[in-house]
Design a protein around this ligand. Sequence first.
Ligand SMILES: Nc1nc2c(c(=O)[nH]1)N[C@H]1C(S)=C(S)[C@@H](COP(=O)(O)OP(=O)(O)OC[C@H]3O[C@@H](n4cnc5c(=O)[nH]c(N)nc54)[C@H](O)[C@@H]3O)O[C@H]1N2
Ligand SMILES: Nc1nc2c(c(=O)[nH]1)N[C@H]1C(S)=C(S)[C@@H](COP(=O)(O)OP(=O)(O)OC[C@H]3O[C@@H](n4cnc5c(=O)[nH]c(N)nc54)[C@H](O)[C@@H]3O)O[C@H]1N2
Ligand code: SF4
Ligand SMILES: [Mo]
Length: 871
Amino acid sequence: MGNLIAEISERALSRRRFVAGSAVLAASLAASSSLVACQADGQGQQGASTPAADEGEWISAACWHNCGGRCVNRVLMKDGVVVRQGSDTSHEDSFEWLQQRGCPRGRSQQQQCFGADRLKYPMKRASWQPGGGENAHGELRCKDEWERITWDEAIGYIADEVKRIYDAYGPRSVVGNGGPGIEQVLAKLGGYIQVTDTSSCGTYSFNVSKLGLPGADLGETNDRFDLKNAETIALMGGNPVWSSGGTTMNNFDQAIAAGVQFVYVGPSYNATAAYFDARWIPIYPGTDTAFLLGVAYEMIQQDVVDRDFLNTYCVGFDGDHMPSDAKLDENFQGYLMGDYDGVPKTAAWASAICGATEEDIAWFAGTIGKDRKVMLLHNYALARCASADNVPQLFMTVGAMGGHMGKSGHACGGAYKTFAGTHGPTLAAFGETGLPVVENPITECISAPLLWQSMLDGSFNSTGMAYSDEFNAQDIKQADIRYLSLEGAARIQNTPSAVKAVEAIRSLEFVTCSSHFFNAQAKYADIVLPITTEWERVGGFPGHQRSRETVIVYTQVTEPLFEAKTDQEIGTMLAERLGMDPTDIWPINEKQQFFNQILGCTFVDEAGENKTLVTVTQEDIDAWGCDGEPQEGVVGLAEFLKNGCYTIKRAEGDSYVRIGYQDFIEDPQANPRPSDSGKFEIYCQYKSDMLNSMGYSPDGTFKPYPNYVPAPEGREGTFADGVVGGEPSAYPFVVYNPHYLRRAHPVLDNAPWLREAWPNPVFVNASDAAAKGVADGDTVRVFNAHGATLRTASVTEIIMPGCVGLPHGAWLDYDEEAGVDRAGTDNVLCGSVTSGMGTSGYNNYNCDFERYEGEALPADCTLPQRIVSLD
Ligand SMILES: Nc1nc2c(c(=O)[nH]1)N[C@H]1C(S)=C(S)[C@@H](COP(=O)(O)OP(=O)(O)OC[C@H]3O[C@@H](n4cnc5c(=O)[nH]c(N)nc54)[C@H](O)[C@@H]3O)O[C@H]1N2
Ligand SMILES: Nc1nc2c(c(=O)[nH]1)N[C@H]1C(S)=C(S)[C@@H](COP(=O)(O)OP(=O)(O)OC[C@H]3O[C@@H](n4cnc5c(=O)[nH]c(N)nc54)[C@H](O)[C@@H]3O)O[C@H]1N2
Ligand code: SF4
Ligand SMILES: [Mo]
């Protein structure tokens, strides 16, 4: 195996070519001064003798990460070794027929599968012994030695501990995350307490159908062919150039060529704003509600409100159009005018909070008014903020005030990673695996930002699962957590309050972690299990669609490396050891699951009919050794698998174009929205009743219409007395977490090429840096009441003063003595703080920063790769 890795290293892509070939990288380099790659000695692999593209066989390979791209990834195999990587070549690229290309992370995937940092065999933490109590030596987590153990021993330890803990304390002493192997067995065994996380869509993971919106406000913007018909496209938050990967930005190319005006609203003039050549309206993170309230007030002043639209399709804008279930004699227009609190929500009022100038607010209001063709798009960074619970309703309200729904050239809604810039019914999809759904009988869940604190407190508030549409009032439960399973979620990196995580995890009796590498959470576990990457599995489909027009598929690249196993193999062994029948969970093998998904692939033809996609012959079925019937589709099995995708060819004016909300706008009676009134609810009784009852914000905080709610920290927290305009507080900056190019959350953070290409600085504004005597490249300590972390400063003009951008997902490297993390872990600065629906409000915590007087941080890429060594 060692030889295999050495051979791959020798033949690897040259770093120079890798850097030069990346358009995404070029965009990011242009966007910030300090993004220039560092010069690592020895870690970036130089290979003068890369084989030519036709020397060997190209096969499709997985890129399955949670970065939304889920792009086509292909590898050139020569003598059983991956010698090059590429992407979609199934057809020539054009706007009509987009290639589903990958990003530089995907093209570095060989450094994940064949990385020197792969976990090779099961391991046990030396001081941990079964039996609970003192035996666990929990205080030594992340300080201990590791021992290699056999799979038989590993499964034996887990089975015995699971049995002991379930017998003694019951399933409510276990926390899991819905993982694909061990946690399926735990669900069958009685279940476990879950973690609910508003993660990606933030406050849009509330039951927004009650407002009249689609789930998470995704799906009702227009098809990409309509973007050019807008006069103005305004994007609030988000950065698809960095976070959508692949070629999603090409969706906007017709609009850019047509001269559509772009506007970007957010705290940084990021790579997406630059790609659009957008007019930038800087606002502080977490202040979008204030900004949009000022815009709404200004729209009334400028008389650009589409009253007909509001009167026909909405309830609650004014007192004459209230929903029948309204309990409060107040409405949105009255709130804007200050009728209930004496404060008109003028541009001046909004400007003081959000930081946009009054002129920008007035300009924006006029620009998005009723007589213009406008697409209002939002990403979700603005909703991943504490107290951003009114954003979904207010964004919808402002869109409705301009009448921007249901017509060509107009839109209002989410434009999220894979779907950035295009929506409509799915046109190509993969089938079901045929596996039964294993329900977790325990429905109680802990809100992610309070997870570690709840473990320490022994109690939690269970208010329902984000994204489920089922929420409930405050419901305090006792918790006596003994066992934490880490499978398929990276809790230590991704969940707020990383410093408390260390304390909470050390209080437990048992922690298991399935992982590819020795990442931060593996370091805190007792038993670590090496899992296969998707390159070592039978093949499959990325869990989410990339866009409505393509279905992406991948095949096996190599046999499992070292002793790695799939989650299902691990789950099967555990179930057997516990005396359960694993076929209750996995009645069909992994190859048959994949084959079933292929057989079930469909596409929509121009007549709107759902058709079989893949032709499968009896010979195919025999060769696979799977069950199935021959079927006739439009692409042969071998071709489909080799290409790694099937993409619908589009054409101007084709029947696939879809305009969001068109059915509702044309006939609101026949096609009501899912809210109680069937209309867009600018007054929604359910919203305020539910949010006020959940116990995370004081009762009465939320009105049935969108009202401004200060965050626990946020913009107000930058002032000493919590009132905007006063003396600065101890933490006078708002810190937000851009999703970063080096990695997908924490995944790929150990890949040498990626560490070399993206240094992971902290972004600070030039005037703020100057005031603190910080120069570009200086090591800074970024800190707040929740923790401290070290990074190199990237001093830039493209982030607004008063804001700090700390990239998301670094692997915690906590120096307990010094009380500082050395990796730039974002969740060190996120505390056990929440509000509203129990939101993970990553983007509006407070912090301060200073020049670090200790030893300067070396560039990450010059540090040794993080590898566990048992030698
Ligand atoms: N501070 C802060 N925190 C954040 C964010 C932020 O902006 N700021 N963003 C949040 C967002 S939007 C999200 S979506 C979450 C994501 O948080 P998570 O849901 O934790 O997602 P991933 O990081 O993708 O974690 C997946 C983990 O599973 C592992 N894994 C991958 N494939 C397999 C497999 O086949 N089997 C097993 N057993 N494991 C596998 C990966 O190595 C990784 O450790 O993070 C959130 N956390
Ligand atoms: N490379 C890479 N790509 C990823 C991921 C990854 O980890 N790495 N993660 C994926 C996942 S799961 C997700 S959820 C997406 C996230 O995708 P996005 O939502 O696009 O990601 P962010 O990086 O959080 O968005 C950051 C931008 O939003 C702006 N912003 C931040 N806070 C606010 C705010 O309060 N208001 C406004 N108006 N703007 C704000 C800032 O200008 C910042 O540049 O990315 C996905 N893609
Ligand atoms: S965007 Fe994500 S899925 Fe696509 S190639 Fe990059 S890492 Fe892979
Ligand atoms: Mo996400």
